[in-house]
Ligand binder design. Structure first.
Ligand code: FAD
Length: 592
């Protein structure tokens, strides 16, 4: 596997030339003091170093060794503890955290780039800090002041980590049917009892305490998802002076043996009357969880991109070196017995597809991160509301499309290696295995598609969609005629998505099955169209600078490839959407 190199040039291009993030930061009072172009540059460069030098080298050994469970204790692979300490001491766990509690206070568009680097270096490693920052977000937004004071500083500092305990053996997608109970106590605490499964980082040896956020039901809770509350349940109880006290009544029953992310501990957690504190209001636990979900879901989308990027870096190096057969148009490497495989059209197709999907995904995730920043930091209520609406619409697309495209990229990256991609030595097969979970957890991609079509598009009567489409239309109207080669296909894709959206909204009125039948393919049409918008914006920023730097030439060439060879996928996907639900219900369950 090629040594990982953080794609800093592309990140700088997006921040400074495509989205002009520094101007936005200056306009947001909470950020103007904290970040500018130079700070961002320094942070990204440092993140690039630590992820490449200290984390990436553990990716393969972590996969081979995995985690070990013995008598309730989980040991992470060799080297993890030291790397985690280094990462925590650098302040990286709290990169997006509130400075009032010791966080770095960086906007999401910066922490998203750091997350990309960390997950490219090692997805399994990246999950430990990611779950911690997710838990911090919920605590920060919903917990009482004393709970924040007690827990956030050590969590941002990486001294304690976090976990999110939602899933139970019988309740994954449908959290309304969870059975974990929380009994109120006279002193205001709760006794939490139940079993949670698949808990990432539920137990490990990286930190001295683990702060679990647990969904549970109060004794008198209403049935379903309206009766769920959220509790903070530490592994080790914390005294009033902040010192660690007794072990809480919870334990890790076992860890899962799984397809990928072997170095990430996926735990069965047993809560046996463990002491917990309520976060937020009774029966509003799911809403409290949703605060962090937009951030987490974007983070999982970025994990897909990260594995695709890592796979591409190895594939391009291999394709330049591996020699097999001659180019169809005659020998290129005259001094060798065969040409490097990068001469072959099919190998170029795979590499360019990876490059176009990775760079499009990086642009799209940065765009969504900027919307999250406006929604969080703007003091203009209207701008905040607009950004919130964009985030609501685009989050399921970012989670599902980036991970679906991430898997496609890792499979292309494996294929470029031929048989060597299937064996372990080169590391390409690990990326395929690791990436696969990103389509499943944090709400399966099928559920993301339902959220997009059912709640966001149909549920808003198309208004959320219209706002995004209007922004693209305004961009097209402003583009000069020299950009027609990018803007015309974008316009055609948008017209198609407009029609498809109207079609889905109309059909959903008559038959509720139409939403689920259309959802996954509709999300893909949406995703390819959103990437086309990103590629048109990137092409606009690169246009006219080709002579300055190869980077811009590469950008424009990749944009042309995207419009010519990838965007046309929307045609067949749209035809599938328009076929409707009928053919899905021709067989009864017994005839499948
Ligand atoms: C490695 C790993 C780490 C994880 N980490 C965590 C964690 O840290 N914390 C945590 O709480 N959970 C975690 N999970 C759990 C994960 O979020 C769930 O597995 C996921 O949400 C799906 O739930 P499920 O497995 O019960 O599948 P189910 O809900 O049983 O779904 C099975 C299938 O049915 C589909 N389906 C279900 N309902 C519908 C519907 N209404 N419409 C259409 N299709 C539907 C799903 O899309 C899926 O394809 C983790 C899982 C794994 C494997």
């Amino acid at each position: 596997m090629a040594d990982y190199q953080a794609p800093l040039r592309d990140m700088r291009f997006l921040l400074n030339e495509v989205f002009d993030a520094p101007t936005l930061w200056q306009s947001l009072p909470a950020l103007a003091e904290v970040v500018d172009a130079e700070t961002a540059e320094a942070i990204l460069e440092e993140a690039g170093k630590i992820t490449a030098n200290s984390i990436a080298p553990l990716n393969r050994s972590g996969d081979e060794e995995g985690c070990h469970w013995q008598a309730g204790e989980v040991t992470t692979p060799a080297g993890y503890k030291e790397a985690y300490r280094l990462y925590a001491e650098g302040g990286w766990v709290g990169v997006g955290g509130d400075p009032a509690f010791g966080g770095m206070g960086m906007p999401k568009v910066i922490s998203a780039q750091v997350e990309e680097m960390m997950n490219s270096a090692s997805l399994a490693f990246g999950l430990y800090p990611m779950l911690t920052s997710g838990a911090c977000l919920s605590i920060h937004a919903h917990a009482s002041e004393p709970l924040k004071q007690k827990y956030l500083p050590n969590m941002y500092a990486g001294v304690w980590s976090g976990s999110m305990c939602l899933t139970e053996p019988h309740a994954g997608t449908d959290l309304g049917i969870i059975r974990t109970r929380a009994e109120p106590q006279a002193d205001g605490t709760y006794k939490v009892s139940g079993t949670k499964i698949f808990i990432t980082g539920g137990e490990h040896d990286l930190t001295e305490n683990i702060i679990h956020l647990v969904l549970a039901k109060l004794p008198d809770a209403p049935a379903g998802s309206r009766g769920i509350s959220l509790f903070l349940v530490p592994k080790v109880l914390v005294e009033d002076d902040g010192a660690l006290g007794e072990r809480n009544a919870l334990s890790c029953g076992s860890i899962e043996h799984k397809m990928g992310i072997q170095a990430s501990a996926t735990c069965v957690m047993n809560f046996d009357g463990a002491t917990g504190w309520m976060v937020g209001e009774p029966n509003k636990g799911l809403a409290a969880m949703f605060t962090m979900m937009n951030y987490e879901r974007l983070g999982v989308g970025i994990q897909g991109l990260s594995t695709g990027e890592r796979s591409y870096q190895s594939a391009i190096e291999y394709a330049r070196e591996r020699i097999q057969s001659r180019a169809p148009t005659g020998p290129v490497a005259q001094d060798k017995v065969a040409d490097p495989i990068i001469v072959h059209p099919d190998v170029r197709r795979m590499l360019l597809t990876m490059k176009a999907l990775n760079e499009g995904g990086r642009a799209f995730s940065s765009y969504v991160a900027l919307q999250l920043d406006i929604a969080k930091f703007s003091d203009d209520a209207e701008a905040r509301q607009r950004a919130e609406a964009q985030v609501a619409l685009l989050t399921p697309v970012a989670k599902a499309f980036l991970t679906d495209m991430g898997l496609e990229s890792t499979v292309h990256g494996q294929q470029v290696f031929g048989g060597h991609g299937f064996i372990r030595e080169w590391g390409q097969e690990q990326l395929v295995r690791d990436c696969r979970i990103t389509q499943i957890y944090e709400g399966t991609n099928g559920i993301q598609a339902l959220d997009l079509v059912g709640r966001k598009v149909v549920g808003s009567g198309g208004t959320l969609y219209q706002a995004f489409a209007d922004e693209i239309r305004a961009f097209i109207a402003d583009a000069g005629s020299e950009l027609a080669e990018f803007v015309d296909p974008l316009q055609a894709a948008l017209d198609n998505l407009d029609e498809l959206t109207a079609w889905v909204i109309d059909r959903a009125r008559a038959n509720p099955n139409e939403i689920g039948a259309a959802s996954v393919e509709y999300l893909h049409v949406f995703g390819y169209t959103a990437y086309a918008y990103m590629w048109a914006r990137m092409a606009t920023a690169a246009f006219g600078k080709q002579a300055q730097d190869d980077f811009y030439q590469s950008k424009l060439g990749t944009a042309r490839f995207y419009f010519a060879r990838v965007l046309p996928r929307v045609q067949s996907l749209s035809a599938s959407v328009r076929a409707g639900s009928e053919s899905l219900y021709l067989l009864d369950a017994a005839r499948f």
